[in-house]
Structures are given as structure tokens and as C-alpha cells.
Design a protein around this ligand. Structure first.
Ligand code: Q46
Ligand code: ZN
Ligand code: ZN
Length: 310
């Protein structure tokens, strides 16, 4: 296989685009495309302060690397979850990767350590509240969203950027479609406007890249990241949906991309009734932290954290 741009040996063949590229052209192509998507979906502009949600994994570090190289002012935020399973100190190891990347590239990283700030690890909060009987993931997701939004808002960032790729987005969409979840189907988007009190705009600049292509990018760029997933990810629904989508992709290259892009298209054309969502959700400010919530009084996060022990 030869590079389409220069004819030398290709290192990657992206069947969904019928595009093979050599190392140099691929390493230029990824940031060029990212810049194109940032513009096309009006995510943010040069001069905007961007906060990147960094987990120490390949997607978030790739995003941070790309944004920095495109000349954006991008700081990072890492959230310590206190996850340690069977001798594997996931949180410690991933924090080290995030901090090391920041240091090597001269970037600013905010670190919020949940056990330090709230006195309990995420699995401990999950065990104490009803939210995490089998898995701490719902507590974890809630805590991450809450803290990242708060830091982005308080520190005056224009947007919060996450490293979600197309595999992530397509898996979420498939999951929500399987149960026809109206609220989630309406709100899934590469750009979430800050349309409510205390919310910061959220963007996903890598949402059109396959996971495999981001993996190739970090490999070819020699970016060190935490290879192991969080131990609680095992057996998750999203991994199951990703496998199914990859089976379809294998037989019909481009299927995964089409599934997600046609969904955005259909939404744009009014397939889903925007009014239904607005009527359904009535939001107020949490009495403790001030962030938007559907609950009267305290938001779900504050109730979780403030709930008495035992
Ligand atoms: S970090 Fe948190 Fe994930 Fe681990 S506990 Fe679950 S949600 S699997 S992205
Ligand atoms: Zn080339
Ligand atoms: Zn609150």
C-alpha cells in the first residue's frame, strides 16, 4: 500500500476514507482534520481558553497534543478517582502519565483528587450510596462531569474539551437507540451549548476519528499513555456495543462513521422534536453548589457527597 499524497510506503490504511498515508502525511493529516472539524462545528476559536479533560489515556493525551500543536491555549484537568483494584493502582498510574505529559510539553494541569477533597474514593462513595451497587461507574461519571464543569466555569475557560472518538460516540448512540431514549438521543452532539446556569460549553474535537487512528497517532508520535483501562470498564455495555459496531465495520468499511454522521444529519433536519426535550426538563440551580439540576433543592452530586455515612 502506497501513500496517496507522496507514493512512499503507507503506514496506515483508513478503509472508511479509502485513504492510505505514510507516517509524515498521516501525522499532518490528523491535526489538519481536527482543525477542520473545530471550524466546521464552530467548537472554539484561536484565543479561546480551552480546558482539556485528561485521563492519562491515549485519546485525551492525543487531543491535548493536537490542540497544543495547532496553537490553541489548552490547559488540562485530571481528576483522581482513588481507584485501585487487586494491586493495580489505576488512578496513581494514570495521574503519573497525565502529569508527565504536561511536564514534558510545558503545559498547565489542574489536578482534583476526589479522596483528598471529599475524604472518600469513588468506589467508597459508590458503596455508601445506592448509586453504585455493582459498579462505581455512575458515581464516577457524575463526579467527573460535576467537577470538570465547576473548574472550567470557575477558572473562566471558554470550553471543556474531551477526547471522545467516533467509536465512543457511535457506541453511546447505539445504546441509546436500542432503548429509544428520547432525552439522550436529543442531546448527544459534538458540541453541547452552555444553555443553562453555570454550565460550560462542551466539545469533542476528535469525534470523527476512529479509535484505531488515534491509537496510531499516539504510537507514531511516541506519546506515552496508560495502556490499561480502568479495572471497572471490564464487561461494560459500551465495550459490547463497540465490538458489535466493529464487526459491522469489518464487513462494510465506513458503516460506523455513517451511522453517527447520518444521525447528526437527521437531527439537524428535525427528525427529533426539539420541543419535547425542553418541555421534559425543568432545571433549577442547586441550593448548595449552584449548578443546574432537575432535582428540587440539592443536585445529585451534592446529595451524593453530603449523604451521611453508614
Ligand atoms: S473511570 Fe470511572 Fe470509567 Fe472506571 S469507574 Fe467506570 S466510569 S470505568 S470511563
Ligand atoms: Zn506521504
Ligand atoms: Zn450541587
Amino acid at each position: 500500500m502506497r501513500c496517496r499524497k507522496c507514493g512512499t510506503k503507507a503506514v496506515i490504511h483508513m478503509r472508511q476514507h479509502r485513504l492510505a498515508l505514510c507516517k509524515d502525511h498521516f501525522l499532518n493529516w490528523i491535526p489538519e482534520q481536527t482543525q477542520r472539524f473545530i471550524k466546521k462545528y464552530a467548537m472554539f476559536s484561536q484565543g479561546d481558553r480551552v480546558l482539556v479533560a485528561v485521563s492519562g489515556g491515549k485519546d485525551s493525551l492525543a487531543l491535548w497534543h493536537i490542540l497544543q500543536n495547532l496553537g490553541y491555549q489548552a490547559d488540562g484537568i485530571y481528576i483522581g478517582l482513588g481507584i485501585r483494584e487487586k494491586g493495580f493502582a489505576y488512578s496513581e498510574a494514570s495521574c503519573k502519565m497525565a502529569a508527565q505529559f504536561a511536564e514534558r510539553n510545558g503545559l498547565k494541569l489542574h489536578v482534583v483528587d476526589i479522596p483528598q477533597v471529599y475524604g472518600e474514593t469513588v468506589p467508597e462513595i459508590a458503596a455508601r450510596t445506592l448509586r453504585g451497587k455493582e459498579k462505581p461507574c455512575s458515581v464516577c461519571g457524575l463526579a467527573k462531569r460535576h467537577i470538570m464543569n465547576r473548574v472550567a466555569y470557575e477558572e473562566g475557560y471558554a470550553v471543556l474539551a474531551t477526547g471522545h472518538n467516533l467509536d465512543d460516540e457511535a457506541a453511546v448512540l447505539l445504546g441509546n437507540t436500542m432503548v429509544w431514549h428520547p432525552g439522550y438521543l436529543l442531546r448527544q452532539s459534538p458540541v453541547l451549548e452552555a444553555d443553562r446556569v453555570g454550565l460550560v460549553r462542551k466539545v469533542k474535537p476528535l469525534f470523527r476519528f476512529y479509535e484505531r487512528d488515534i491509537a496510531a497517532y499516539v504510537l507514531l508520535r511516541d506519546i506515552e499513555y496508560i495502556y490499561d483501562e480502568c479495572p471497572h470498564a471490564k464487561g461494560s455495555k459500551s465495550i459490547y456495543y463497540k465490538q458489535i459496531l466493529n464487526q459491522m465495520e469489518h464487513d462494510r468499511p465506513g458503516e460506523k462513521l455513517i451511522f453517527f454522521l447520518r444521525y447528526l444529519d437527521a437531527k439537524e433536519k428535525g427528525l427529533f422534536n426539539q420541543q419535547a426535550d425542553r418541555n421534559a426538563v425543568d432545571l433549577a440551580a442547586c441550593e448548595t453548589c449552584g449548578q443546574a439540576t432537575t432535582a428540587p433543592g440539592k443536585c445529585a452530586f451534592c446529595r451524593m457527597v453530603l449523604q451521611p455515612q453508614g
